[in-house]
Design a protein. Structure first.
Length: 91
């Protein structure tokens, strides 16, 4: 797996005009959890975690990132989705 700062920077390139406080694994996990829970959307318009997961994977695959970085980001999204689905949340 790529190192954490590299994955963090790669994740940020997927979103225009999105800033995050902090760096590292915890901030990346929090951002992915928020994305999967659709927290940036009005509650009435939110999609399910699974719909957001598919959208996230599509966004990653359509990006200009290197293939190994794409796979690492998809792996992280999959891990976080499994944790959220099992009732566990942010670490």
């Amino acid at each position: 797996m790529a190192n954490e700062p590299e994955l963090f920077k790669a994740y940020l390139t997927l979103w225009k005009n999105r800033t995050m406080n902090g760096e590292g694994k915890r901030t990346l996990y929090q951002a992915i959890d928020d994305e999967l829970n659709d927290l940036r959307t009005h509650p009435r318009l939110r999609k399910t975690r699974y719909e957001k997961y598919v959208q996230s994977v599509q966004r990653i695959l359509n990006s200009a990132l290197e293939t190994d970085i794409k796979l690492n980001l998809i792996e992280l999204h999959t891990e976080r989705l499994q944790l959220l689905s099992n009732g566990e949340s942010r670490e």
